[in-house]
Design a protein around this ligand. Structure first.
Ligand code: BTN
Length: 260
């Protein structure tokens, strides 16, 4: 058993360790940091909301994200990108790369990224990302984008439905470290990528850490599921796969998931 100690994140301490681009707000509990920030999307770009625990953490495709108090980093960043790029796909991938990079640097572990938005350690999911946006009326440019990340930092009791899938950095690395240090490294790393999003500076790291490139996977869409070979990830972060029929398909929908 590891020694337990209180691991509180305070806004003052974290603010000192991150770029002034960010404005940090910490809550003891929220239903969901993404929901809160979507409801306060008029706040400035760079606003970061962190909750010690979430009562209704949300994942992709309407799934719940288990967010026990004191165990993880539950964090959302408000962005106001001004470009027409497929921004949400790129931001999601950049956040996954930043999370994997921060975890590797701080815990000395090696991470893999499962397209699009899951970060794995030793085959178990340690983080997920949910990017949500509002579009400007009559345009495809988002007026606000909320990128939410949940990282399983300390060991936690896993409900049956995620018992075989989820893990935590503490369990994998065998070390307990303050959540604030990882949160700061993630935010600073993400900002470096976000500032150069058009140049895709995150992409070499993202591709090199891919858990799916070169693998045979099952693609699960809303209407069908099929087996395919993953050929690569293109500049827009679409997954390039070859179906058994020989057809090459580029996947970008948020509703698609990949099973290894
Ligand atoms: C997924 O695994 O499908 C994505 C999980 C995203 C969870 C984070 S925790 C902070 C933010 N608030 C939420 O309600 N969800 C995201």
């Amino acid at each position: 058993m590891h020694m337990r100690w209180n691991d509180e994140i305070t806004a003052e301490e974290l603010q000192r360790e991150v770029s002034p681009f960010y404005g940090i707000r910490v809550f003891p509990a929220l239903d969901s940091t993404n929901t809160w920030l979507m409801e306060h999307a008029d706040l400035p770009e760079g606003t970061v909301v962190i909750a010690d625990g979430q009562s209704a953490g949300r994942g992709r495709n309407g799934r719940a994200f288990h967010s026990p108090a004191g165990c993880g980093i539950y964090l959302s960043v408000l962005l106001k990108p001004d470009s027409r790029m497929a921004v949400s796909l790129l931001v999601t991938a950049a956040a996954a790369a930043a999370c994997a990079q921060a975890a590797e640097e701080i815990y000395g572990v090696s991470c893999q990224i499962k397209w699009l938005n899951d970060v794995l350690c030793g085959g178990r999911k340690i983080a997920g990302i949910l990017c949500e946006g509002r579009l400007r009326a009559g345009s495809d440019v988002p007026s606000a984008l909320v990128v939410g990340i949940g990282i399983n930092v300390h060991a936690f009791e896993r409900p049956a439905e995620i018992a075989d899938i989820a893990g935590s950095l503490e369990e994998f690395a065998g070390e307990r470290k303050p959540r604030r240090i990882l949160a700061a490294r993630f935010l600073n790393c993400f900002l470096q990528y976000y500032e150069k999003l058009e140049r895709r500076t995150f992409l070499p790291f993202y591709r090199a850490h891919s858990a799916v490139i070169g693998k045979r996977v099952t693609v699960i869409g809303s209407r069908e599921a099929y087996r395919a070979d993953v050929l690569g990830i293109d500049r827009d972060c679409r997954l390039e796969v070859r179906r058994d029929s020989g057809e090459t398909v580029y996947l970008s929908s948020g509703e698609i998931s990949i099973r290894l």
